[in-house]
Design a protein around this ligand. Structure first.
Ligand code: ADP
Length: 439
């Protein structure tokens, strides 16, 4: 059933439905018609007998009996104790003559129902109700022929209906499938047109959204490659240039130049590590090594190391906290997330070259804030900075390795820890990047 097209499936369902309907029609109209008819007649006779009995002493009795005779072909005779007919001679004759008529062809079937009643005068009478059952054979033959036509018509109708419905249902699906195939080849400009019904409209909306997202990621990916190549090339050029100079010119063979080469190598290492980390985090390959440790001390260590690094450029890092906090987390990963926020803050902070780090305890959570006095982030960029490869500006303001991966690494790590994170920032008013975890 899996590979049957929608057209045939609908057709099969319709045929099934028609089949059930036809079988029911055949059963009721042909097979059981006689029995139904007999049952109905029996009930009729019983009802007539009841009416007669109820009106046995009424003046209307004559009219009632006549009416039963005429409209329902039920013949009632009433006899007394001596079997003498009180009423119904006429009617009886009628029924007998009718029976005579039919007898020649086929013995007629009739239903009779006898009841004994005692009148108020003490007289006992017998009511005998009679009805002939007309043979239904002729009717059945007619119905059967009619049913042949109906069956044929229904089959034809199902085929046409199945074709029409299938076309309406499957056409848009086929169209979407074609567009999806184009999308799969990497053409992210593909537009999905779904019309016809709600589900298809929703499907094509979803696919349009997917295509848009894919296009975005593709754009970012290409940008990343461009950025990374640029970021790789700059230090590499530095390294090879300086190394060559040191090899060829003895006076260039000094400590400063060696330091430049070392710095460039460090930058390359950071870049390569970032790329590796994010791809591992995103592939879900990294699992967390939970352990209880002193978060405050760990932050302090990262800050001290960083302080040493940026001291010569005049940056100051202030760590504010009230108490030391122990948490259960992956120390290495959290330190990396914090390190990324710290690097960003240093890179983007304002002229005062100050970054404040706050550790706050709110109820059962510990919240880390990294505050800078930089130019902030616009509202529209705020939504995107946590995305992979996203960078607000293409130009690196400082000699910073900016891959656009730092924040998405933070995001992945905090999400792994089931913590919360965010940023408060306004243009020209600095930024507060924060994350919070259960103590
Ligand atoms: P990058 O390697 O470019 O810093 P991130 O993922 O760390 O990548 O950051 C993404 C973007 O968010 C950055 O390009 C920058 O524009 C912006 N951003 C991050 N931190 C700050 C900050 N403290 N102040 C202003 N902008 C920031």
């Amino acid at each position: 059933m899996k590979n049957i097209s929608i057209k045939w499936k609908i057709f099969l369902y319709l045929i099934g439905f028609c089949g059930v309907l036809l079988v029911m029609l055949w059963l009721f109209q042909v097979v059981f018609l006689g029995k139904f008819y007999k049952d109905i007649r029996t009930n009729d006779v019983k009802a007539a007998a009841k009416t007669v009995m109820e009106n046995i002493e009424s003046k209307e009795l004559g009219a009632i009996l006549l009416d039963l005779n005429r409209s329902r072909e039920i013949f009632v005779t009433i006899t007394d104790e001596n079997n003498k007919t009180i009423f119904g001679d006429d009617a009886n004759r009628k029924i007998e003559s009718k029976q005579e008529l039919i007898k020649e062809r086929r013995p007629p079937e009739s239903i009779s129902f006898t009841q004994e009643v005692t009148l108020s005068s003490g007289k006992k009478i017998t009511i005998n109700s009679n009805a002939i059952i007309t043979p239904v054979n002729a009717t059945v033959t007619t119905l059967r022929i009619q049913l042949y036509y109906i069956t044929g018509f229904m089959l034809l109708f199902s085929i046409i209906l199945a074709l029409v419905i299938a076309k309406r249902v499957s056409k848009p699906i086929e169209k979407i499938n074609e567009s999806a195939k184009i999308l799969a080849t990497g053409n992210y400009q593909t537009v999905f047109h779904g019309n016809g019904y709600k589900e298809i409209n929703e499907l094509s909306d979803t696919l349009n959204f997917t295509a848009k997202e894919l296009a975005k990621v593709e754009g970012l990916r290409q940008e990343l490659i461009a950025n990374i190549s640029h970021d790789l090339r700059t230090p590499l050029t530095l390294i090879s240039g300086y190394a060559e100079a040191m090899r060829d010119l003895p006076e260039e063979n000094n400590m400063e130049n060696a330091q430049i080469i070392l710095d460039a190598t460090k930058r390359l290492t950071t870049l390569v590590n970032d790329v590796l980390d994010i791809s591992k985090l995103q592939a879900g390959e990294q699992n967390i090594n939970y352990a209880t440790y002193n978060l405050t001390q760990s932050l302090q260590e990262t800050i001290s190391r960083m302080r040493e690094l940026v001291k010569k450029d005049g940056y100051s890092l202030n760590f504010v906290y009230e108490e030391e906090v122990m948490i259960v987390a992956d120390e290495k990963k959290l330190a990396q997330a914090f390190y990324n926020l710290l690097t960003n803050a240093i890179n983007y902070t304002g002229a005062d070259k100050t970054v404040i780090i706050k550790q706050l305890v709110v109820e059962d959570k510990v919240r880390i804030e990294v505050i800078d006095s930089g130019e902030g982030i616009s509202a529209e960029n705020l939504q995107n900075i946590w995305n992979r490869y996203y960078k607000v500006d293409q130009v690196h303001k400082r000699a910073v390795v900016g891959t656009g991966l730092g924040l998405s690494i933070v995001k992945s790590i905090i999400e792994l820890h089931e913590g919360e994170f965010g940023v408060l920032s306004k243009i020209n008013e600095g930024s507060v990047f924060w994350f919070s975890l259960k103590k």
